[in-house]
Design a protein around this ligand. Sequence first.
Ligand code: NAD
Length: 519
Amino acid sequence: MATAHANIQALTAARFEMPAKFTQFCENGGQPLGGYIGGQSVPGSMNATFETVDPGSLDVLARVCEMGEAEVDRAVTAAQAAFAGNGVNGWRDFPVDERCELVMKLVELADRDRDVLLACEIHDGGKVSELAEGDVDQIRACAEYFCDVARRIPLGDGPSMDVADGVRGFTYREPWGVVAGIIPWNYPIVLTSWFMFPALLAGNCIIIKPAEDTPLSALYLAKLAEEAGFPPGVINVLPGRGELTGQAIAEHPGIRYISFTGSPGVGQHILRTCDRHGTRMKREMGGNGAAIVLDDADPEVVARMIGRHANQHFGQTCCTIHRVFVDQKIADDFIDAERHFFENLKIGYQAEEGTQLGAVINPTQMSRVLKAQSETVARGGQPVVAGGPAEVPGRKGFYVKPALYRTQPGVQCNPQEVFHTFATICPVSSAEQALELANSTPYGLGASVWTKDVDRGIALAKQLRDGTCQVNCHNSIAYGLPYGGQGISGGPGAGVNCEDTFRDYTQVKAVYVSEYPEA
Ligand code: NAD
């Protein structure tokens, strides 16, 4: 059912109190939280720890042990052992129903400890509750979808065919063995689920490398996996920095497949690294999302809808809208309405009632956003809402004001993903011009068309050079449809959340069998 106009507003926080169970988990009896390898909490051989903080208050939530090369190697050995077992009882040999049963047990435990997982997303990830609630829902939705897919798509022998006299051939589909998931900080629990469930259900053992800013939810899921009864080594979690832990994962030849979500530069680097030893990879990367607003749209309503999506997780959503192309007939009204929406976003602490725009995740990100704002002006963007650092009384945190600019065709003032509530609005003379400008980017993740004429919208959406093209909506995902990128935003691989995602976690070989020659 479509949302009534009056209800279109930015995602908003309800007040959230940290549950005692989350605090206890973070305190860990006074010890830093270890990595999780082979069913055990592991402090790591480097004796190195790092702090994970709440970005809206800068309170230290937990100390976490950093995993190095030795731990990556140990996790690979544990995962290989769990995969193969003693030849008959490894994870690869588990019947699909037994794998599903364990996955759904983990989901039940996640439901039981929903408030702890919400605390991970709200305090470690810096999200408002309205978004965090939806993220935690993805654990169950993703697990149920991929259990169904795993039951429907058989692995093992395909149908046999005669290929020559006395020779038959068939395909054999099998899991990779040990796979790794390298995860960014913006949707930690969603992406851990999106990688972990299809990989496990296809029979792989997995190593998860959460982002250094948001390690808590993956570590908590590992704890729940142990309680659910997963055999040791099937799920391993290695917290640490990208250049250290992530790099060691990319360099380890025992990992046969890597799923990566993050920035295009890092994805390109990992692909080059792992390709040297034949490890395959799939990548979901950043975007520079566009929205095209046609002349028949109601400027005030559509400005609010676009504003809501542009501000989802404060613009730190991969397919967020950063570039708007609006028909010049309605441009002034649209820009005015968007200015009103951006200016009225309630900036505040993400766990406090009413907040709509919280802190960005870390100081590097804050500098990046502020630099992008000044560069946009230097490149010819005219400020409509000026941006700059924001103050939240009583809170230390990485707060930045939203930014909105008016631009014109031919002025390329925001060539890169900014990752904040930031947009340029360019008045255009036709839908064709809007399409051409929207497509003039090396990114290709998500874009949308906004119009009362849905058929016209669909026709234009199909011409967008993006993995996800939408009409009168944006940031949509659904299980059964691939979520992936074109251009530098994704691939190889089939995107996430569809049947081909499940197949990505398997490889297929051809087997030929000839009769033994008679004497
Ligand atoms: P990032 O690329 O900096 O980091 C992603 C992960 O890679 C982190 O775990 C990091 O530690 C690791 N990493 C960094 N250097 C590495 C190396 N040398 N070897 C191995 N691993 C390494 O991205 P980020 O800043 O954490 O996340 C934001 C980016 O993710 C944005 O570009 C966003 O658009 C993108 N993203 C894309 C999607 C999607 O589905 N397409 C979803 C969420 C986020």
